[in-house]
Design a protein around this ligand. Structure first.
Ligand SMILES: C[S@@+](CC[C@H](N)C(=O)[O-])C[C@H]1O[C@@H](n2cnc3c(N)ncnc32)[C@H](O)[C@@H]1O
Length: 249
């Protein structure tokens, strides 16, 4: 995984994977020899993560918890990671503040976010709108968009860390759009969305629309390939600033 390689977890370092899902980044960090911990709000995913680590004979601590209120002491990790996870927290500033709080002075954090554009973004936006319509909930406008680099830069400045931005892209491939869509059924987002769509009898219609978006954005006429752009945000705890603000914490 590109972000974990960029973060380069070192043997013995304390690494936290926020919103770890089934533990991909934490497990990878543990393979590098780091002392890894993963936290996610979904107990079912944490159980899968534990089984995966056990299966590989890796010592990784997985725990259920909220990115907006981490149950870890201040300055306890050398490296904090969040792969398309932190950005799902409802209170964005709080989740960011928690990521910085648990980071050691001079420590580093990497988190990823999708950039707008491409068929997957179009499909997910359509699904979110459909679920909002099904549940009658109107999504409150967030304080800022994660893909707004100047807003994230301002956030980093407010929390006393430096920020660097790395653009990247990923291709999703499958034998066909239909197979790609079917394979997403177990994705945490699909699992979370399905009950609302089933309850309103809109699941089939919404699924057909999603498939149509995938078909029209398909880059490979003989199979299925779509490209999504994402950004890796790299944060560095500022030693001097923390010292100037009142000593080492
Ligand atoms: C797209 S998945 C990414 C999972 C994992 N990081 C990966 O790369 O496979 C997003 C994850 O964020 C988790 N999540 C969303 N909001 C959260 C919160 N406030 N606290 C903890 N986890 C959260 C979800 O349970 C889900 O596992």
């Amino acid at each position: 995984m590109r972000t974990v390689s960029m973060a380069n977890p070192l043997r013995g370092e304390r690494v936290l994977d926020i919103a770890c899902g089934t533990g991909n980044a934490a497990i990878l960090a543990a393979r590098f020899g780091a002392s890894a911990t993963g936290v996610d709000q979904a107990p079912r995913l944490i159980e899968v993560a534990r089984q995966r680590a056990r299966h590989e004979g890796l010592q990784v601590s997985f725990t259920v918890g909220d990115a907006q209120q981490l149950d870890f002491a201040d300055t306890s990790f050398d490296l904090v990671l969040s792969i398309f996870g932190l950005v799902f927290a409802a209170d964005r500033e709080k989740a960011f503040a928690e990521m910085v709080r648990v980071l050691k002075p001079g420590g580093r954090a990497f988190f990823t976010l999708w950039l707008p554009g491409g068929p997957i973004d179009e499909m997910v936006s359509m699904l979110v709108r459909a679920v909002s319509a099904a549940t009658g909930s109107s999504r409150q406008a967030p304080e800022f968009e994660w893909h707004d680099a100047s807003a994230v830069q301002a956030l980093a400045d407010r929390h006393g860390v430096s920020a660097g931005f790395h653009e990247a892209e990923i291709q999703f491939v499958a034998p066909s759009p239909e197979e790609y869509f079917a394979n997403q059924a177990d994705h945490p987002m699909s699992v979370a969305m399905r009950p609302a769509l089933e309850a309103t009898g809109t699941l089939d219609d919404v699924s057909a629309k999603a498939l149509e978006i995938l078909r029209s954005g398909n880059e490979d006429p003989g199979g299925f390939r779509v490209t999504s752009r994402y950004r890796i945000v790299e944060l560095r705890g500022r030693l001097a600033l923390r010292w100037a603000m009142g000593g080492w914490t």
